[in-house]
Design a protein around this ligand. Structure first.
Ligand code: XMP
Ligand code: MG
Length: 251
C-alpha cells in the first residue's frame, strides 16, 4: 500500500470502530458536538490576509511614485507593499471585521481605538470600510527610540471615552517583539470592555520575543520579513509617515 494511503485508511478505521461502539443517537450527538467545537476553534482563529515573507518579487519594487521627495527616495531600499497591495489587505481585513461584528448582539457600543501615531493612516483607511456604528478614540504608548524598543512601556495619551462594557477594536500599525500589543491588551482589559479585538497592518513574527510568543493580532493584513519599514504611517524619528506605500528603510 502506498504510504500516502495510510492516513485516510487509519482515519476510516478509527471512525468505523468509534461508530460501531455507539448507538445511532449517541453517534449523532457526538458528531454535532465535534462540528460545534471545530466551528468554534475556526471562528476564534486569528486572521492573516497574506504572509509576504517569501514573495521574491516584493522585496525590490523600485520607487516609481512621483510624489516621493528626493530626500526620502534616497533613504528607501525598496517598496515592500505597494498602494495596490495595501488596498487588497484593507479590503480583506475589513470584510472579515464587518462579518465578525455581526455576532455582537446587544452591544453597548463599539469603540475603535487607533494607536498613535503609526496606525493613523491605516486606521483612517480601515474605518471607511467598516459598515457598523462606532465611536473613535486613540491611545499613544511609547517604547521606541529610533529603531530600538526600550522594552518599557508607558501610556503617553490615554483613551478619552469610557470603554467599560463596550466592544473595543484596537488598530495597530505593526506587531514586532509583541511588547506593545501585550501592554495595550492588559491596559485595555483592565478597563473592563465587553470585548476586545485587535487589528494590525503588519506583523514581523520572526522578531517576536519568547515571552510574547502568544501575542498576535486577531486580524493582520501582512506578515512581513524582519526589516525596518517606513511609510503609510510608519516613521523613523517622525519622518516618512506620509509615503503612500510601505518601504524598507536603507541602513
Ligand atoms: P513591539 O516591539 O512592541 O513594537 O511589538 C511595536 C511598535 O514598535 C514600532 N515599530 C516600528 N515602527 N517601523 C516603524 O516605523 C518598524 O519596522 C517598526 N517595528 C516596530 C511601532 O510603533 C509599533 O507600534
Ligand atoms: Mg513608530
Amino acid at each position: 500500500m502506498p504510504r500516502t494511503a495510510f492516513a485516510p485508511c487509519t482515519t476510516v478505521l478509527v471512525v468505523h470502530m468509534w461508530r460501531s461502539s455507539l448507538t445511532d443517537e449517541a453517534f449523532h450527538v457526538r458528531c454535532l458536538m465535534l462540528a460545534v467545537a471545530f466551528m468554534t476553534v475556526c471562528a476564534q482563529k486569528s486572521y492573516v490576509f497574506i504572509d509576504i515573507r517569501n514573495r521574491q518579487d516584493q522585496q525590490n519594487y523600485p520607487v516609481t511614485q512621483d510624489s516621493v521627495p528626493d530626500a526620502y527616495a534616497k533613504d528607501i531600499a525598496g517598496v515592500l507593499l505597494s498602494q495596490q497591495d495595501i488596498l487588497h489587505g484593507l479590503s480583506a481585513v475589513s470584510a472579515r471585521i464587518n462579518q465578525d461584528v455581526q455576532s455582537l448582539s446587544n452591544s453597548q457600543g463599539i469603540v475603535l481605538v487607533t494607536v498613535l501615531h503609526g496606525a493613523m493612516i491605516f486606521s483612517a483607511d480601515l474605518m471607511r470600510r467598516l459598515y457598523f456604528p462606532f465611536q473613535t478614540d486613540s491611545v499613544a504608548v511609547s517604547s521606541y527610540e529610533g529603531i530600538q524598543s526600550t522594552g518599557s512601556y508607558q501610556v503617553k495619551k490615554e483613551i478619552g471615552h469610557s470603554i467599560f462594557g463596550k466592544d473595543v477594536i484596537v488598530v495597530e500599525d505593526i506587531v514586532d517583539t509583541g511588547g506593545t500589543l501585550d501592554f495595550l491588551i492588559r491596559h485595555i482589559e483592565a478597563k473592563n470592555p465587553a470585548s476586545l479585538r485587535t487589528v494590525a497592518l503588519l506583523d514581523k513574527v520572526d522578531r517576536r520575543k519568547q515571552q510574547f510568543a502568544h501575542i498576535k493580532a486577531d486580524y493582520t493584513c501582512f506578515v512581513i520579513p524582519d526589516v525596518f519599514v517606513i511609510g503609510y504611517g510608519l516613521d523613523y524619528i517622525g519622518h516618512y509617515r506620509g509615503l503612500p506605500f510601505v518601504a524598507v528603510k536603507k541602513d
